[in-house]
Design a protein around this ligand. Structure first.
Ligand code: ZN
Ligand code: ZN
Length: 343
């Protein structure tokens, strides 16, 4: 089968032939890929940023945002049939460790992450297990939802944590209305009664935010003056929640100033360090909360919102062979919505 592999760091991906994956264990599922999302993490992988963390042996096939159709399944797999359309939770988890038993898949002690540390979905077929497969409603096509498997899931996971605590009349600030942010806005709109204030530098992103239901939009610039624009919208008390989908270029330091006392700051994007005087943390009881991907159940819930038409992903489709153009377009900020590769 055709695969797109990392052959060396700091080199372009390469189109190769590789053997199709085989069922080797009773709970294995082999999926014919319908679409694989192209993610900024893929670029970070090529830059070697994940080399030590993942310990993956090169060459290997990348692609961690996958959806398709069940192609083959092990003897013990029930509830899905060959041909069913499915989206894949990005991790392959054991089901037996403490985290798995809490439903906290991301912290499984014996997991693999196809596309990060084993072969992923820039390919015609991918091997996962029954624990990671979610059957799609007939309304949803693999290509429409593939990128929700990681980008959307991460946004949902953070937004849902915030929404659990937010009450109507309270405020939620969203920093960044791009790939993850535009999902976060739709999720918050669907599950929370909080007032949404969305910040971005980009006018087009803010227009989209408004269309998706943001109550207020605020344009950011280098001066960090958006704090002065946001606080009056909250009667100068600050927001109960800030969802930071950027966390670069000073967004966090400025973002924290928009929190109300005892407010929660959800870090989703990454890149910069947080430097806060501890006296400010204890005197205001603010919380800073990390967010990593999401659980299997988070993805089930996100699929319910997608099926109800409440979360829609904007995508640009590329053929698997055109992987380089997709990566280049993403690097150059030319992708509208999310790029997906279709074998
Ligand atoms: Zn991703
Ligand atoms: Zn586990």
């Amino acid at each position: 089968m055709k695969v797109v592999r990392v052959v060396e760091y700091h080199q372009n991906l390469q189109l190769d032939e590789a053997p199709e994956p085989k069922i080797t264990s009773p709970l294995d599922v082999i999926v014919k890929i319908g679409a694989a999302g192209v993610c900024r993490t893929d670029i970070h992988i090529l830059e070697g940023q994940w080399a030590d963390k993942s310990g993956v042996k090169l060459p290997y096939t990348i692609g961690h945002e996958n959806a398709g159709w069940v192609h083959a399944k092990g003897d013990a797999v029930t509830g899905i049939e060959v041909g069913d359309a499915v989206i894949l939770h990005p991790l392959v988890t054991c089901g037996f460790c403490r985290a798995c038993r809490f439903g906290d898949d991301v912290h499984c002690e014996n997991s693999t992450f196809p596309g990060i540390n084993v072969d992923g979905g820039y390919a015609e077929y991918l091997k996962t297990t029954a624990r990671s497969v979610i059957k799609l409603d007939p309304k949803l096509k693999p290509a429409d939802v593939a990128a929700l498997a990681d980008a959307g899931l991460t946004a949902y996971h953070a937004a849902m944590k915030a929404a659990k605590l937010l009450r109507p009349s309270e405020f939620c600030v969203i920093i960044g209305a791009g790939g993850l942010g535009h999902i976060g806005i739709q999720v918050m709109k669907a599950i929370s009664g909080a007032t949404l204030i969305v910040i971005d530098r980009n006018t087009a992103a803010l227009d989209l935010a408004k269309q998706l239901g943001a109550d207020h939009i605020v344009q950011a610039d280098d001066s960090g003056s958006f704090v002065e624009k946001v606080l009056p919208l909250t009667q100068n008390k600050g927001a109960e929640a800030v969802l930071d989908f950027v966390a670069e270029s000073g967004a966090t330091a400025t973002g924290i100033k928009m929190l109300r006392r005892a407010g929660n700051y959800y870090v989703v994007g990454y890149g910069e360090n947080i430097n806060i005087p501890t006296i400010d943390m204890i005197s205001t009881e603010i919380n800073i909360i990390g967010n990593l991907v999401g659980s299997y159940n988070d993805l089930v819930e996100l699929m319910a919102l997608a099926e109800q038409g409440k979360v829609k992903l904007h995508t640009t489709e590329y053929k698997l062979e055109d992987f380089q153009r997709a990566i280049d377009d993403l690097s150059n900020g030319k992708v509208r919505g999310r790029a997906i590769l279709v074998p």
